[in-house]
Design a binder for this molecule. Structure first.
Ligand code: 2AM
Length: 478
């Protein structure tokens, strides 16, 4: 045995991760169910580092030094279970199985428990950054035992993206913590993209700009607070012309967004935790709506599709949209970090939220300058109640709130749907509101279902006997 680490599953992600590991000087044993993918990797890229080609899982296990670390990079779900089941009988006590796929953290919890019973370590490793990230430096969120992380750390740190000398990887917590944080990362990515899409739609439909003009705006925005991978990429995509038709590329792409499910998982989990991640939820629903082709056709036929003309001054509208985008983005991230905090609390993970922001600064899809501000906010106050009220973000939202309202008014007038912008503002207004109509809801619940209520002026739980003369109030408990 001479390899530091082994990897099975050499589709694009696995292959790029293996090359990244080898390029960073680690001897890696590689295996794939269909052997030709393994030999192709070694034929094409064998000179990039020290690979040990293995034709069977037995060979793979034999090639790796103990305690063995074996990375599985196959399709999430049944394929992962199949490979784990095949691998486990070949391993020895203390060995480490790493699932680097996009697993649901609940599956990771289940697998971790099963492997722990057999004296093995199971690590759920969230890897973000797509194919390019896997090859050149992803953001890596590791969930597993302290011992497993100690063994993996040298490899993981060397292959992760690097920002100002800090590797974008961390030991997030035990068992499912890494995949949980990766899931919320993807949810935030949904919100980020929806906010960008709404901004683009407003600039085109309300301000009447061409895709190329909108590209210029995004390019300019990328020079400021909004600087991020996605904003930069938006400018690039909007400037692209379809080679076949000569049309703006964005106009030849069918407008039905797809999803692999991580946004949905994030929203489902938030519902269980009771965390209002409205930005991510609206982004997920907006994708669903776009895919309901038949309903959209029926509605287009029934209702006018020409929005009302809204008269705006183009330059000031661009500035207003920028402010609305930034404020909504602050809300979406604040909600995502709330969910991580709530999930950590519920499942007993000790997650350092500042560290999460730190390792998202590079390698992953939502990498942005903005994350430095979040890192700083948690450095100043580790037990932060909400990111929204930290000085930097509070100022951004306060400065932008008038523009935010103006943009939503223009969107509503013009018939341009802005679910993420609007729900983020509603969330902000909801949080900052003096009195919420939740008081009426509590009263109604007590009336129809005797669900009881609390009072603003006295301690205790009360019920009003609504059906009786004079509606007497009784105190149910202290
Ligand atoms: P394959 O090349 O033999 O199909 C993405 O599908 C990767 O996961 C591929 O490397 C694929 O191997 C592997 N994979 C999918 N299902 C698998 C299974 N049940 N067992 C082993 N590998 C699997």
């Amino acid at each position: 045995a001479r390899a530091t680490i082994g990897l099975t599953g050499l589709a694009t992600m696995g292959r790029n991760l293996a090359r990244n590991i080898a390029r960073n000087g680690h001897t890696i044993a590689v295996h794939n169910r269909t052997t030709s993918k393994m030999t192709a990797l070694i034929d094409e890229f064998g000179d990039e580092g020290d690979f040990v080609g293995c034709e069977s899982l037995e060979d793979l296990v034999a090639a790796v030094e103990r305690p063995r670390a074996i990375v599985i990079m196959v399709k999430a779900g049944e394929a992962t279970d199949a490979v784990v089941d095949e691998l486990v009988p070949l391993l020895d006590e203390g060995d480490i199985v790493v699932d680097a796929g996009n697993a649901h953290y609940r599956d990771t919890l289940r697998r971790q428990e099963a492997l722990e019973e057999k004296g093995l370590h199971f690590v759920g490793m969230g890897v973000s950054g797509g194919e390019e990230g896997a090859l050149n430096g992803p953001s890596i969120m590791v969930g597993g035992s302290d011992h497993a992380y100690e063994v993996l750390q040298p490899v993981v740190e060397s292959i992760a993206a690097d920002v100002d000398g800090t590797p974008c990887c961390a030991h997030i917590g035990h068992d499912g913590a890494g995949h949980f944080v990766k899931m919320v990362h993807n949810g935030i990515e949904y919100a980020d993209m929806q906010l960008i899409a709404e901004s683009y739609d407003l600039l085109r439909s309300v301000a009447g700009m061409t895709p190329a003009e909108v590209a210029d705006v995004f390019e300019e925005w990328n020079g400021g607070d909004l600087e991020s991978f996605l904003i930069e990429m938006t400018a690039d995509v909007l400037r692209h012309t379809d080679a076949e038709t000569g049309e703006p590329f964005v106009d030849v792409v069918r407008d039905a967004a797809e999803q692999k499910g991580t946004g949905r998982w994030t929203v489902q989990d938030a519902l269980d935790l009771g965390v209002p991640i409205t930005g991510i939820a609206e982004a997920t629903f907006a994708r669903s709506l776009s895919g309901h082709t038949e309903q959209r056709a029926a509605a287009r036929e029934m209702f006018s599709t020409t929005p009302e003309e809204v008269d705006v001054d183009r330059d000031s509208f661009v500035d207003q949209v920028r402010a609305a985008l930034y404020a909504s983005k602050v809300v979406a991230y604040a909600q995502g970090f709330d969910q991580i905090a709530a999930g950590a609390e519920e499942r007993g993970w000790d997650i350092d939220l500042g560290e999460v922001a730190t390792i998202w600064r590079g390698g992953c899809i939502i990498r942005a300058q903005f994350l430095d501000r979040i890192r700083e906010a948690y450095a100043d106050e580790p037990d932060l109640t909400t990111l929204l009220t930290t000085p930097y973000f509070a100022e951004a939202v306060t400065d932008g709130v008038d523009a935010w309202r103006e943009v939503i008014v223009a969107a509503v007038r013009g018939g341009v749907p802005t679910p993420a912008f609007s729900s983020s503002l509603a969330y902000f207004d909801g949080l900052r509101r003096d009195r919420l109509p939740a008081a009426l809801i509590q009263a109604l619940r007590d009336d129809f279902g005797a669900h009881t209520y609390e009072r603003v002026d006295r301690e205790g739980t009360f019920h009003t006997r609504w059906a009786e003369e004079g509606r007497p109030e009784e105190q149910v408990s202290d």
